[in-house]
Design a protein around this ligand. Structure first.
Ligand SMILES: C[S@@+](CC[C@H](N)C(=O)[O-])C[C@H]1O[C@@H](n2cnc3c(N)ncnc32)[C@H](O)[C@@H]1O
Length: 254
């Protein structure tokens, strides 16, 4: 991983004013930024609200941007809070998905637009790189993750094409195989034809949905009365997990 990323170009944070406004009413205390990235949200929260920030990112590139950012997976938030001696938090922010730095760095393998290795690991804690799934997984297992994590209508066709094209060594080679497997009429709609396959592989490689469930549980369970948890999610699978967790967290409260 790149150890000297440019802090300014790392990531442009989204919805900064909304995040600050949503966390403005929380009581004094620590706000967890579970997805530090380029630190834009952390800096805005610290500057505008004055809360101490406990920042986390599983990517060592992000964690190296600022002293004190914990290079951890938010899946382990409960144990991290315990290690830090933090019993309660006032707020938490999860800005899910990948940063621009991760997408724009070809060596990370997240982008279907530039040549890169089939990696897609957000951090060293991810056990399996995308290349292993693409080149070694059983066709049915591949089709299953394309369907469930990529919501790819043509999951079976894409999985079959991937298995036939092995070995696939590179992101653009994979993107071309996927594009050719998708019917021409569909290729012209809904963005790049490889987008859903890359999303599925990335979520699987990083076990993102399991991490989200555990991280949210820890954050919501640690909130002080009046505390808030804010999540910026980018697709329906994340959205569903967040809504369910917030709904169950709100039941039984007075
Ligand atoms: C969209 S970026 C966050 C950008 C950030 N809010 C900012 O202001 O620059 C998402 C970040 O979350 C990190 N991330 C994703 N899943 C994570 C997890 N399970 N644990 C810790 N960090 C995670 C990624 O490495 C990436 O740096």
């Amino acid at each position: 991983m790149n150890q000297t990323p440019d802090k300014n170009a790392y990531h442009r944070p989204v919805m900064v004013d909304e995040v600050v406004d949503l966390l403005r009413p929380v009581p004094d205390g620590i706000i967890v930024d579970a997805t530090y990235g380029g630190g834009g949200h952390s800096r805005a929260l610290a500057r505008q609200l004055g809360h101490p920030i406990l920042a986390i990112d599983r990517d060592p590139d992000a964690a190296s941007l600022s002293a004190g950012v914990r290079a951890r997976n938010f899946r382990d938030l409960a144990s991290l809070l315990e290690e830090e001696g933090v019993d309660e938090i006032s707020g938490a922010l999860f800005d899910l998905g990948v940063s621009s730095h991760q997408l724009d760095e070809p060596a990370r393998g997240f982008s279907y637009r530039t040549h890169g290795p089939l990696d897609m690991r957000m951090g060293p804690d991810a056990a399996t790189a995308a290349g292993e799934m693409v080149n070694e997984w059983d066709e049915n297992d591949l089709a299953r993750i394309l369907r469930t994590l990529g919501e790819e209508r043509f999951a079976d066709r894409v999985a079959r094409a991937i298995v036939r094209a092995r070995p696939i060594r590179d992101t653009v080679q994979l993107a071309d195989v996927v594009r050719d497997a998708i019917p021409a009429a569909t290729r012209r709609t809904g963005g790049h034809p490889a987008r859903r396959t890359f999303q599925a592989l990335r979520i699987a490689v990083n076990e993102e949905l399991g991490a989200l469930g555990s991280g949210l549980d820890a954050a919501v369970d640690s909130l002080t009365p009046g505390g808030r948890c804010v999540v910026i999610s980018y697709h329906s699978l994340e959205d569903r997990i967040v809504k369910r967790r917030f709904l169950s967290g709100s039941q039984g409260c007075v």
